[in-house]
Design a protein around this ligand. Structure first.
Ligand code: SF4
Ligand code: MG
Length: 319
């Protein structure tokens, strides 16, 4: 499966130039240290690919990943290990990412032991501390993943990521497999952890309702490109891109609570391998104009904190 990601630049640091995650076909997505960026789009839009590239699990097909100002490809030895540890991933399906033959205590302490991050006799203490932090009973240390519920497993996955003291968590659909009631608990845990540890998150979801409460800024992806990015408050209040507008309209009301299937739009998501020419969204867009079929709208800044890729918002020179 070819990578949709064209170019990624991540740089995280508490000092220095503004850290940036630059992604997908000349689009720049800045992630400042300590902020939560929600990355939203339908399945197949490239957001998981982007998440994997950001963590170093997947090398980008083109472009570069920067971490704390340095290209990741240039990191070697200790520096590379440090990057791989500081940037941790939390997966959608915690069960699939947990070795079923390892006990919870072993799972959570594994990286500490393997990379000798703390003295041997402190692994247990660190493990217990992190299990407590995610709300798991210490009596669970000697149990196996299959003995837990989905929500508990995700807590184990989070504990495993936190054990190595990361500064950046990339969470790929971390609550999508959970019941709605459990989703809220796990989101709250993410928010508590972020607050306590001052972490940076890239929070990937197909569900805008999920990222709404946790994100400082939100990036909307469509067919491998970011079509809009802005502060969560502004973007939810006044989405600029027709695709964002459709997504926000599709968020179930707080009254019904139940999440509907993610079908905000008429028409199928076109193949990312042969995206429509011009604006890739034009076959589904109610505002499509002749130019939309021919010219790809660049992502342009439309207000101090907002960029969108849509001819409705383009300046004359970009047309
Ligand atoms: Fe719709 Fe045209 Fe804007 Fe694309 S560029 S979202 S087709 S109005
Ligand atoms: Mg995915």
């Amino acid at each position: 499966k070819p990578s949709l990601t064209q170019r990624i630049v991540t740089a995280l640091g508490r000092t220095g130039p503004p850290p940036a995650l630059r992604a997908v076909d000349d689009v720049t997505l800045r992630i400042r240290a300590g902020e939560v960026v929600g990355l939203v789009g339908e399945s197949g839009c490239g957001k998981s690919t982007l998440a994997r590239v950001a963590t170093g699990i997947l090398p980008p097909s083109a472009g570069e990943v920067f971490y704390k100002g340095r290209p990741v490809t240039e990191l070697t030895g200790k520096d590379r290990l440090n990057y791989l540890l500081k940037v941790q991933m939390v997966f959608q399906d915690p069960y699939a990412s947990l070795n079923p033959r390892m006990k919870v205590g072993q799972l959570v302490g594994e990286a500490l032991r393997v990379h000798k991050l703390v003295p041997k006799n402190e692994v247990g203490e660190r493990t217990r501390g992190v299990l407590k932090e995610v709300g798991l009973d210490l009596g669970y240390m000697d149990r196996y993943p299959h003995q837990f519920s989905g929500g508990q497993r995700q807590r184990i996955g989070i504990a495993r990521a936190l054990a190595v003291e990361p500064d950046f968590l990339v969470c790929d659909e971390p609550v999508s497999a959970l019941d709605v009631s459990i989703q809220a608990q796990v989101i709250n845990l993410f928010m508590d952890v972020r607050e306590r540890r001052g972490l940076t998150y890239l929070f990937v979801s197909h569900d805008l309702g999920v990222v709404r409460h946790i994100s400082d800024r939100v990036a909307i992806m469509y067919l491998g490109r970011i079509v809009e990015i802005g502060t969560a408050a502004e973007l939810f209040a006044k989405p600029a891109h027709p695709y964002s507008q459709a997504l926000i309209r599709a968020i179930p009301s707080a009254v019904t609570r139940r999440r509907r299937a993610f079908t905000p739009l008429k028409g199928e998501l076109p193949s990312a391998l042969s995206p429509p020419p011009g604006c890739a969204f034009h076959p589904r867009c109610e505002h499509a104009m002749p130019i939309c079929r021919e010219v790809r709208p660049p992502l342009v800044q439309i207000s101090p904190d907002r960029s969108a890729a849509c001819h409705l918002h383009s300046t004359s020179e970009s047309v």
